[in-house]
Design a protein around this ligand. Structure first.
Ligand code: ASP
Length: 280
C-alpha cells in the first residue's frame, strides 16, 4: 500500500516559513489520514477521500479557497481515474460546489463521464451536492487587489496503490486565477490525471503546458511500455523543457515505485510508504 499527494506549487508571495510549515503540517496530516483510510478501502475510494480533505483545506487552490477567474467567479475542475477499469470521470468549470472530486466520483458509473459548467452543476444538485460558496476572504481580497495574476500554485492531487495492487489517481483545481472565464484546466483531462494497471499520475502547474506535453498519459504509457516510473517522468520532463513547460507530478507504479518531480521549484507533496515523508 502506498499513497502520495501534492498541494501544487508555492506562489512567490507564499514562500515564507510560516506558510511552508502550515502546508507541510497540512499535507502530513492529510496523507496520514489517507493512508489510514487505505487500510480499509480501495485505491479509488482513497484518492477521492484524500482529495476531498485537500479541497476542504483553505491553504490549497481546490474546493474551498480556490482562485477566482477574471469575471469574479470561482469555477472548479476535478477528475478521477480508476486504474483497474481504466474509467476516467470529471467535472470542468463547475460552480458553487464544495467537493468537485465527489461529483467526479458520482459520474464514474455513468456512460457520460465528463461534464462541464451548468450541466455539471445540475448533475451535482440532482445527486445531493448542496449549494456551497468556496470564495474565502483571502481569495476575495487577492482578487480585488488583482494580486493573484501570478499562477502555478495550489492545485491538489493524490495517487494510491491499494493492497490488491489497484491504482487510482485524482486531481482537483480552482485553475490559474484571473483566467478568461471558462478556460479549461488540465486537471480534468488525461494530460493532468491518468492511471491504469501499471501507474497513476497527478499533475500540477500551467495547464496549457501540461496539455501540450500530455504529461500524465505519457508517463503512464511509458511505464506500461517498460520504463521505470523515474525514467518515464525524467524523459517526459526533458520534453517539457523544449518549451520551458511548467509542471510537477506525483506518481506510483504497480511495482510500488513512488516518485515526484517538478520542472521549477517547488511543488509541495507528501507520501506515505510505511513511513511518512513531506517536502522540506
Ligand atoms: N494545473 C492547473 C491549471 O492549469 C493549475 C495548477 O496546477 O495550479 O488549471
Amino acid at each position: 500500500m502506498k499513497l502520495i499527494i501534492h498541494g501544487g506549487f508555492f506562489s512567490e508571495s507564499s514562500t515564507n516559513q510560516e506558510t511552508k510549515k502550515a502546508k507541510q503540517d497540512a499535507l502530513a496530516e492529510i496523507v496520514t489520514l489517507g493512508y489510514e483510510y487505505l487500510k480499509t478501502h480501495n485505491a479509488l475510494e482513497t484518492v477521492v477521500y484524500t482529495v476531498a480533505l485537500l479541497e476542504d483545506n483553505e491553504l490549497f487552490n481546490a474546493g474551498m479557497g480556490s482562485q477566482i477567474q477574471s469575471d469574479g467567479k470561482v469555477r472548479l475542475s476535478a477528475s478521477l481515474m480508476d486504474g483497474k477499469t481504466e474509467k476516467f470521470s470529471g467535472v470542468i468549470n463547475v460552480e458553487d460546489i464544495k467537493n468537485p472530486i465527489e461529483v467526479a466520483k458520482d459520474l464514474i458509473s455513468y456512460d457520460d463521464r465528463v461534464l462541464s459548467g451548468e450541466g455539471a452543476q445540475n448533475f451535482a444538485r440532482k445527486n445531493g451536492h448542496a449549494f456551497f460558496n468556496p470564495i474565502t476572504a483571502q481569495r476575495q481580497s487577492e482578487y480585488e487587489a488583482k494580486l493573484n495574476q501570478s499562477n502555478n500554485k495550489g492545485t491538489v492531487g493524490c495517487v494510491a496503490l491499494d493492497d490488491e495492487g489497484n491504482l487510482a489517481a485524482a486531481t482537483s483545481t480552482g485553475g490559474k486565477g484571473f483566467e478568461i472565464p471558462c478556460r479549461v484546466s488540465d486537471s480534468a483531462t488525461a494530460a493532468g490525471n491518468y492511471a491504469n494497471q501499471h501507474a497513476g499520475i497527478s499533475c500540477t502547474g500551467v495547464g496549457e503546458d501540461i496539455v501540450s506535453n500530455a504529461t500524465a498519459a505519457k508517463i503512464v504509457t511509458r511505464v506500461t511500455d517498460g520504463f521505470s516510473l523515474k525514467e518515464a517522468c525524467d524523459k517526459t520532463f526533458t520534453e517539457l523543457k523544449a518549451f520551458d513547460g511548467f509542471a510537477g507530478v506525483v506518481g506510483i507504479s504497480s511495482t510500488g515505485e513512488i516518485y515526484h518531480c517538478d520542472s521549477h521549484p517547488y511543488m509541495v507533496w507528501a507520501s506515505f510508504d510505511v513511513n511518512l515523508q513531506v517536502f522540506s
